[in-house]
Design a binder for this molecule. Sequence first.
Ligand code: NAX
Ligand code: ADP
Ligand code: K
Length: 463
Amino acid sequence: MRQAHTVEQVRAAEAALMAKLPEGTLMQRAAAGLAVAVSNFLGGTYGARVVLLIGSGDNGGDALYAGARLARRGAQVTAVLLSSHAHPGGLAALLAVGGRVGATSDIVSADVVLDGIVGIGGRPGLRPDALAAVQLAEQYGVPIVAVDTPSGVDVDTGETPEPHVRAALTVTFGTHKICHLVDPAASACGPVHLIDIGLDLPPAEVQSLQAADVRALYPIPHGESDKYSRGVLGLMVGSPQYPGAAVIATTGALAGPIGMVRYVGPDAVAAAVREAHPEVVGDGRVQAWTIGSGLGDELDVPRIRELLDADEPVVLDADGLKALDDSGDHVDVLATPHAGELARLLGVERATVEAERLKYARLAAERFDVTVLLKGATTVIAGPDGEVRVNTNATPWLATAGAGDVLAGLCGSLLAAGLTPLDAAAVGAYLHASAANLSSSGGPTTAIAVAQALPEATRLLLS
Ligand SMILES: NC(=O)C1=CN([C@@H]2O[C@H](COP(=O)(O)OP(=O)(O)OC[C@H]3O[C@@H](n4cnc5c(N)ncnc54)[C@H](O)[C@@H]3O)[C@@H](O)[C@H]2O)[C@@H](O)CC1
Ligand SMILES: Nc1ncnc2c1ncn2[C@@H]1O[C@H](COP(=O)(O)OP(=O)(O)O)[C@@H](O)[C@H]1O
Ligand SMILES: [K+]
């Protein structure tokens, strides 16, 4: 499980640990890990030209001590001081091993720039001299390694209202921060490398399931299982306008853990579904529903509301989201909007949702008393009680028509097999992205190909 803690939680854990250790120990741990990560990033240290961008706080201290370690191993290290105050011990350590203080123009010929401008103490945005330095690095194609966080992002929300660093690698300490997992900031981090500095932290509200967590949650059939006990999913999806949505969602559902799928919809669409999947049966008892993908003119709001009020959990997707209202208890509903659909639900602009994804996913979960899975490059899942899961393993090739229908079918399948909406959403998003990575392998793919790769992605995970 990858956990993302708030700045307040990190500071409390740091204070507790620092009280037990000699002064400076944590910064030395951070700097040691950072120096090794930078050395690995460069493929060696000797002769490398390293520029440090140094702000006024301990983030700059980390960068300076790491710079001193790199200089000791033969790197040419130059510190660019962006504030009248730089961490005194760090600066002295760097100068003592042959590092020097230089100017922004040194960036042009550097092999790497370390962003020690601000870390968890930073407010969003970059001051003009910091911005100019960062722009110079971008202009000359010099990669930036962010120390703890890319400077300028909002650490606790993942928002990027102001200019910020776009890193090729982020080296963070103690735990992940929310900006490492939640877009748009997450996309500015590059790969995130975590250095353990020994912090003792409480459980985090924002978590990201990793392979072992997904494996532990996946419902696996056993000797006494039959097609009913494995779970039966009802699908109310597709329409004469969008028959493909029904076929695609069914393919996703059948590639999940359940034993049977029931399709409910117009005869012509049912025929298309059965032609692709002869094993699909008609109306009857189910353990969960997937409703909404490609419903178009077939949208029947009163019928959907009846199903939302019934006992069986529901995945509510696409057109079906129009049936959601903020009365009543819907804790067993998983809503799966993309940013445009969530914006419509909340009466705000799409760009506003894209800029503040965590905030609006949480807001909708609270307002409608549902679990919200907000689709996008990283998927944010918010439960009605404030828990958040983030999925980060997708490929941009997954942004293809019908991919959302696969996800709706798969999440319904996981609900019908007994997972909670939060777990179904997190496991579903993870496997959906894994299947996309398999079927894409770095090139184009289609929704059907993603759905067809789901069994193999699941097998690889469980084996
Ligand atoms: N808290 C911890 O557990 C640890 C923290 N360490 C490092 O310490 C960092 C936090 O250090 P600080 O608390 O000194 O804070 P920062 O170094 O993040 O920020 C320093 C100061 O910069 C100023 N500032 C804020 N926003 C700015 C902006 N947009 N542009 C320019 N200046 C701005 C503020 O006066 C702020 O206090 C962490 O990110 C990490 O790198 C590590 O040394 C190890 C452990
Ligand atoms: N840039 C991206 N990188 C990775 N995954 C993405 C990206 N954009 C969208 N996705 C994923 O692709 C799927 C698209 O679903 P959706 O928008 O509902 O499309 P459709 O309605 O055509 O099925 C979602 O699972 C979403 O998370
Ligand atoms: K930084």
